[in-house]
Design a protein around this ligand. Structure first.
Ligand SMILES: Cc1cc2nc3c(=O)[nH]c(=O)nc-3n(C[C@H](O)[C@H](O)[C@H](O)COP(=O)(O)O)c2cc1C
Length: 178
């Protein structure tokens, strides 16, 4: 059992990073900030003779070294224009390359963390659905979402306790790895 937190925020010490840290306090895990990696846009090569793969950036390294061995993966994203950040979107787009090469997605447990300033509990259903349907398609197990309203970079750090939906998610992760 190994746990991977993927931070899709460009702020390495921001709310999403802090939420991941607090959610996983005391639970052994690895964190990767997508902003530290070069990720090229997905190229759809289906109508060409080119391979459905791009080895010129960090994507394959991330997948092979961190994603493949993980049983439980927490995807964290701030809300950007009512969607996920470009970092997470591009990373997920690239899953198509891995899917095309029989990457072992099936059975991995996926959790979603969302941080936004404007009523993210009601305005981020699009993000949740995108992740949930992608998990369904790749036969991964979507295990739920933790959502926090926060804007300033220390808002999550300043919370006394995490909201119940995040506590429930933490409990789920703990139970899954026991
Ligand atoms: C480019 C940009 C777009 C944003 N768009 C939204 C939005 O559509 N809805 C929202 O609730 N918050 C929006 N926000 C606010 C961020 O979601 C919020 O500040 C969040 O706490 C940032 O998380 P971070 O500290 O992990 O980067 C936006 C912030 C930026 C920089």
């Amino acid at each position: 059992m190994s746990i991977l937190f993927i931070n899709g925020s460009p702020r390495p010490q921001g709310n999403t990073a802090t939420l991941g840290k607090r959610l996983l306090t005391g639970i052994p895990h690895t964190t990767r900030d997508l902003a530290d990696y070069q990720l090229n846009f997905e190229q759809d090569q289906r109508e060409t003779t080119q391979p459905q793969r791009d080895l010129t950036d960090d994507y394959e390294h991330l997948m092979t070294t961190y994603f493949a061995p993980a049983s439980d993966i927490i995807l964290g994203t701030p809300v950007y224009w009512y969607g996920m950040t470009g970092q997470i979107k591009v990373f997920m787009d690239r899953w198509f390359d891995s899917f095309s090469h029989d990457f072992p997605f099936a059975g991995k447990r996926i959790y979603l963390l969302i941080v936004g300033a404007d009523q993210p509990e009601t305005k981020t259903t699009g993000i949740i659905q995108a992740v949930q349907y992608s998990c369904d398609w790749l036969k991964m197990d979507f295990c739920g979402t933790g959502i926090i309203t926060a804007d300033g970079p220390r808002d999550v750090a300043n919370l006394t306790i995490l909201p119940v939906n995040c506590q429930v998610l933490r409990q789920h992760i703990q139970t899954s790895i026991e």
